[in-house]
Design a protein around this ligand. Structure first.
Ligand SMILES: [Zn+2]
Length: 372
């Protein structure tokens, strides 16, 4: 059952997030749409492996706690034994609480542990074992969702969204369509299915929703129409957050320098993140360093075209083929086209082509011939 949207208590598979003005609000903190999904994409393999190992340990402890008692054919369990399970279970919850979304939700799970302790001490052995096992499975779902949804979403973000001609919701929607209708890619994603997982990738998820008038945390004078949603799973939230973000013009993008994903907000076609580069003595970011490192990074076609135009105009001015005012006008026109690209109004290759056509040699030759 889904809890009421205004019920305060959150659980790992039953939690409320409020959305308004392209923001998600959790525990009186706001995040741009897509920000938590971006963090989700950045969960490392090491983090997943650690999660998996602690989960396996907890299952082993559970078996040991119950098996041990079955050997002695006495009381099937003793008070002391639950402590072992509790330690393993708490360790697992600690891992969950460091994950994106759960880090923000800060769920207090102490009553869950109390309930499991009660189950352990009062339920018949088989039932108790099953209940405790179920609690581990409910955490395993989170681990499996990370594995499966990360695989699908990284494919979508890095291969399909990355190729979007422009950074806006129209091209994001086209990218989504391409991703979903690409049978080859879908078949490949299905094929290397992680055999141990118990979840499947899907876009639809159950969530209840309620609209409320809500004070805007970033603008204390104002109220906004908020949508309070109760989700049943991490995956359900991630899909909602990502698709809301894309329709608002935000999208996660892989930094072309460090490979970590960052959130690109509407219309800003950057390929470098704002994170400080590890070990850089000056504390520079990928954005500071990226474009200045031509060996490592290909300049975008527009920047390249502007540079070529500058060089060409300089040469033409030197040869006396153009006058100074012509030179200035051509250059100003080239720069205004580049600005259109930066504003996200036109695709990179079209702008680059238009810039390379300015005062190019073939056209000049024709003009020169006419003049002769
Ligand atoms: Zn970076």
């Amino acid at each position: 059952m889904i809890k009421n949207t205004n019920e305060k208590k959150n659980r790992i598979h039953n939690f409320t997030v409020l959305f308004y003005n392209k923001l998600a609000e959790i525990n009186e903190e706001t995040f741009p749409l897509g920000m938590i999904t971006t963090e989700f994409l950045n969960i490392t393999k090491e983090q997943v492996d650690k999660f998996t190992n602690i989960l396996i340990d907890a299952y082993k402890v559970l078996d040991r706690v119950y098996m041990k008692s079955s050997f002695i054919h006495l009381s099937p369990y003793s008070k002391g034994n639950f402590k072992d399970f509790e330690v393993a279970f708490k360790k697992l919850l600690d891992v969950v609480n460091t994950l994106p979304l759960y880090k923000q939700l800060k769920i207090d799970n102490s009553d869950w542990i109390d309930r499991l302790r009660n189950v352990f001490h009062t339920y018949p052995k088989e039932d108790g074992y099953e209940e405790l096992c179920k609690s581990l499975q409910s955490i395993q779902i989170i681990r499996d969702e990370i594995v499966v949804y990360q695989k699908y979403l990284l494919m979508f973000v890095d291969e399909f969204l990355e190729k979007a001609k422009l950074r806006n919701s129209h091209y994001y929607a086209l990218a989504l369509y391409d991703f979903l209708s690409n049978e080859h890619v879908q078949a490949e994603l299905q094929k290397d299915k992680d055999s141990g997982t118990i979840v499947q990738f899907m876009l639809e998820h159950t969530a209840s929703s309620e609209f409320v008038a809500w004070p805007d945390l970033n603008n204390t004078e104002k109220y906004a129409i908020g949508e309070r949603k109760v989700f049943k799973s991490l995956a359900g939230f991630i899909i909602y957050d990502l698709l809301k973000a894309l329709s608002a013009g935000n999208s996660p993008r892989k930094c072309h320098n460090c490979g970590i994903h960052f959130l690109l907000t509407a219309g800003y076609p950057d390929v470098y993140c704002d994170n400080p580069i590890e070990g850089d003595p000056k504390g520079r970011t990928c954005k500071d360093l990226g474009p200045h490192n031509p060996k490592k990074h290909k300049k975008n076609a527009v920047t390249q075209a502007v540079q070529t135009l500058k060089d060409r105009l300089k040469k033409q001015l030197g040869d006396g083929r153009i006058e100074l005012d012509e030179h200035d006008n051509f250059l100003a026109y080239g720069k205004s086209l580049a600005k259109q690209f930066e504003d996200g109004d036109m695709p990179e290759h079209e702008i680059a082509e238009a810039i390379s056509n300015i005062s190019n040699s073939r056209r000049r030759k024709i003009i020169d011939e006419i003049h002769e």
